[in-house]
Design a protein around this ligand. Structure first.
Ligand code: KIV
Ligand code: ZN
Length: 527
């Protein structure tokens, strides 16, 4: 058994399928780049058969991302497996991940299949997947609630059929550390052919035990952990990648196992995911929460000054969080910004540097001190929000209490937009509130009619001149879109976030039109 645990990342599949975490193809590709940079061994890029968009996202990631294995999920049926196999085919290292439920509850109520039928379907699925790649993972969905003897039999058949990774999911987050150690010990020692396969844990967090259970599975012989950044995933989420990776690293004395994760990229990848999905992590979240390395109380600060190790088991630098927070000012040049960006984990092209530098100078003119969080907001804006087609040329808003005017003075927004095709439009709109006035004006100028589901604005740093970050979630035709905008002006940040959504929708329409109706359909959808 090796001393290395493979990190299988499912942020873009199990994570992305959770409500409120959806990403478009471009966002998934950016996240995949960050995950490859982080050093994950396998990226589960999606569930190719789920939709043409999912198929395309998996295929693009398979084409663009190197240095890691690209995987697609598939149920044990022909349509799913052919879609997965086709989608991952451009990858240098590709994996198909097939699954079928094995527990009595799932067999009886969901699949309506006997034990033997489940095994037959598993074998047929693995056999078909092997037509696309010899790297086939097989999962027994709800393995934890499956009869042990039967689980052993299914796994033996899966290995004999050619699966080289056997995943034992705790689909409903039900197990305990002691139980899962015992189960993995049993499977890795008792299953015929176990030595020819890597055993994998996939733990959900319904009881808050996903990380503990994954580590316990490793103690029992698992050598792959399936996890997601920020712990995102179905219901309460999956095992959090950053937690399990830092636990294995920090307690190497206990686990004596390594991973290929470059932990100094954790912070930036976590931030990027939070920004892309519009779901910030809570302040007290382990490893990546804002308080994870903050020492507020006097007693702690006293100890920390004497020796950091009094209260710190990991260094902020270990996850890529720099200690010297106050960084640049208005006299700082491009080289300083580039250097700072690199320290924060961003590699900028010359064009990106130029564009961020312009924003940075504007910001530095307004703010006395520019902090890492401000720079991150600018960099993430550059990395996340691909430009256009609409841009805000100017925005002016008047708002306030109208108790003296008898309710006649409504907040008013005057906005001017330009489109990359040369259109320039302006509009004045009144409404019950300034944000409402801005959004109504943008709707009318761009011709979109979106339903606002949620809106959040927060400051990324402290002080009156702090940068504001706005997150907007809208739905259109039953689909949910998320947009993000930043500025030192909260209303402008909000307008940018709203326009970010509209730009995403328009870019998607354009991409579809450009393909002249030749959108690649997943195999299943073609039949
Ligand atoms: O939780 C689960 O069982 C899964 C499988 C599809 C691996 O996500
Ligand atoms: Zn899962």
């Amino acid at each position: 058994m090796t001393n290395n645990v493979k990190i299988f990342d499912t942020t873009l599949r199990d994570g992305e399928q959770a409500p409120g975490f959806s990403m478009d193809g471009g966002q998934k590709l950016r996240m995949a780049r960050a995950l490859a940079d982080l050093g994950v061994d396998i990226i589960e890029a999606g569930f190719a058969v789920a939709s043409p968009g999912d198929f395309e996202a998996v295929q693009t990631i398979a084409r663009e991302i190197t240095g890691t294995t690209i995987c697609s999920l598939a149920r044990c049926n022909t349509g799913d497996i052919r879609a997965a196999g086709e989608a991952i085919s451009p990858a240098k290292d590709a994996r198909v991940h097939v699954f079928i439920a094995t527990s009595p509850l799932h067999r009886q109520y969901k699949l309506k299949m006997s034990k033997d039928q489940v095994i037959e379907k598993a074998i047929a699925g693995i056999t078909l997947a092997l037509e696309y790649t010899d790297n086939v993972e097989f999962s027994c969905e709800d393995a934890i609630r499956t009869e042990r003897d039967y689980l052993k039999t299914v796994v033996e058949h899966a290995i004999a059929a050619g699966a080289t990774t056997i995943n034992i999911p705790d689909t409903v987050g039900y197990t305990t550390p002691e139980e899962i150690t015992d189960l993995f010990r049993f499977l890795t020692t008792e299953v015929d052919g176990a030595a020819g396969a890597v055993f994998s844990a996939h733990c959900h967090d319904d009881l808050g035990l996903a990380v503990a259970n994954s580590l316990a599975a490793v103690r029992g012989g698992a050598r792959q952990i399936e996890c997601a950044l920020n712990g995102i995933g179905e219901r309460a989420g999956n095992c959090a990648l950053e937690e399990v990776a830092m636990a294995l690293r920090t307690r190497a004395d206990f686990y004596n196992l390594g991973t290929n994760i470059n932990t100094s990229k954790i912070y930036m990848a976590s931030k990027m995911l939070a920004s892309i999905t519009g779901n910030p992590v809570s302040r007290n979240k382990a490893i990546v929460g804002a308080n994870a390395f903050a020492h507020e109380s006097g007693i702690h600060q006293h100890g920390m000054l004497a020796n950091r190790e009094t209260y710190e088991i990991m260094k902020p630098e270990d996850i890529g969080l720099e200690a010297d927070n106050l960084v640049l000012g208005k006299h700082s040049g491009r080289a300083a910004l580039k250097h700072r960006a690199e320290k924060l984990g961003f590699t900028l092209s010359d064009n990106q540097l130029q564009s961020v530098f312009v924003d940075f100078k504007t910001l530095a003119d307004k703010k006395k001190e520019v902090f890492d969080a401000d720079i991150e907001a600018l960099l993430l804006g550059e990395a996340i929000g691909a430009a256009g087609p609409w841009e805000i040329d100017s925005l002016y808003v008047s708002a306030g209490s109208d108790s003296f005017s008898g309710g006649n003075n409504q907040p008013e927004a005057t906005i001017r937009l330009s489109h990359e095709d040369g259109r320039k439009r302006s509009m004045v709109k009144c409404a019950g509130g300034p944000v409402n006035a801005v959004l109504l004006a943008i709707n009318e100028l761009t011709g979109h009619d979106l339903h606002l589901d949620s809106f959040n604005a927060r400051s990324v740093t402290e002080g009156e001149d702090a940068m504001a970050e706005a997150d907007i979630r809208v739905s259109k035709d039953g689909e949910s879109f998320h947009g993000r905008g930043t500025s030192t002006d909260t209303i402008l940040a909000t307008a940018r976030a709203y326009l970010d959504v509209i730009n995403r929708i328009e870019r998607r329409v354009k991409r579809t039109q450009n393909k002249n109706g030749k959108i690649q359909q997943p195999i299943a959808a073609q039949h």
